[in-house]
Design a protein around this ligand. Sequence first.
Ligand code: NAP
Length: 236
Amino acid sequence: MKIAMVTGASSGIGLAICKKLIAMNYRVYGLARDFSKTKFKHAEFKTLTCDVTHSKQLEQCVDDVFENEKQLDVLINNAGVGFFAPHEEIKVKDIERLVQTNLQAPLVLTRLVLRKIKQSEGFIINIASITAVKSSPIGSAYAATKAGIKHFSDSLFDEVRKYGVKVTTILPDMTKTPFYDGLHFKEHDDADSHVTSECVADAVETILSQRKGTVVTEMIVRPQKHQIEKKKKNDK
Ligand code: NAP
C-alpha cells in the first residue's frame, strides 16, 4: 500500500484530496488543527492534530508517521489561510500567519520528508493558487506566499528530478470551500463560476497517474467564467 501525507486535511481541497487518495488505495496521514469539522472517517485515514506553523509539531507528526511506516510516496502541502486587505491596512499578525502557514510550513515539512520521498521516487504536490502567476490587488501578501511556493516547487524539481522525485504545483482559481467563510468576498454560486474541491482532487489523480518518466510540474484549474460575489457587511 502506498502512503501519503496531506496538510489541511480537515476541510475543503485537502479533505477532497484525502478521499481521492484513499479511493486510489493509499493510506493517508492527514494533518490539521481541528478534525471536528469533518465527519469523514475511514480505516486508512489517519488524523494527526497539528499546527503546521509550529515546526516542532511538524517534526512530531513526521516521527509519528515513520513509527508506523517505512516509506512515504506522496506529500501534499495544502494547508493555507487567506487574509485580504489593502496592504497598508492588513494586520501585521495576518502577514505573519500567511507566510508561516502558506510558505514556511511547506518548506519545513518538505525538508523533513524529502529523503523518504527520494527513496520512494515519490511526489511532492504543492497547492498554490492562480494568484501565484497573476497580480492580486488587495491580496498582495497572499499572492506573494503563493508565488513563493510555486518558485520553490520549480527550483526543487530541478534539484531532485535526477533522483526520480516529481514536484508539482497546482494553481486553483476560486474554489468552493470554507476558505471564504471569514472574508468579504466568495466564489460565485453559479456552477460555471467556481471550481470544486473534487476538481482539484481530480488534478491530483492525473498528476499521480502519469507514465514513469513524465512529470506534470504545473497544473492550473480555472472555472469557465470569471465572477466573484461580494458579501454584504453582515454576511462575513
Ligand atoms: P479551507 O477549507 O479553509 O481549508 C484550509 C485547510 O488548511 C483546513 O484543513 C485547515 O485546517 C488547514 N490549516 C489552516 N491553517 C492551519 C495550520 N496552522 N495548521 C494546520 N492546518 C491548517 O480552504 P481550501 O480552499 O480548501 O484551501 C486549501 C488550500 O487551497 C490553501 O492553501 C488555499 O490557499 C488554496 N487555494 C484555495 C482556493 C479557493 O478558492 N478556495 C483557491 C486557490 C488556492 P484547520 O483549520 O483544522 O487547522
